[in-house]
Design a protein around this ligand. Structure first.
Ligand SMILES: [Zn+2]
Length: 87
């Protein structure tokens, strides 16, 4: 889509046999485990996001947990940044 940079800063991709089911161009990655089963995901993130990766990990864990009830059928989950944080 044109020359504008529209690359997502983070992605959450299901791991199949330990490998990402979708290859993205994000240089960094962390593994996120479903807390309810053994499904794992790769949280990919760009260098600009490293300083808030802890927050992204929390968001990713919630997204994975929410997807569990759908049996982890989709290959990639969407992540939405949340400004407000509560304890
Ligand atoms: Zn699960």
């Amino acid at each position: 889509m044109g020359g504008r940079e529209s690359v997502l800063a983070v992605s959450l991709v299901k791991l199949i046999a330990g490998k990402p089911s979708i290859i993205d161009s994000l240089p960094n990655g962390a593994t996120v485990n479903c807390q309810l089963c053994e499904q794992t995901y790769r949280l990919g993130y760009s260098d600009s996001e490293w300083n808030r990766i802890k927050d992204w990990l929390g968001i990713a864990e919630r997204a994975v947990r929410a997807d569990h009830k759908y049996k982890h059928e989709v290959l990639a989950l969407g992540l939405a940044w949340r400004q407000s944080r509560k304890h």
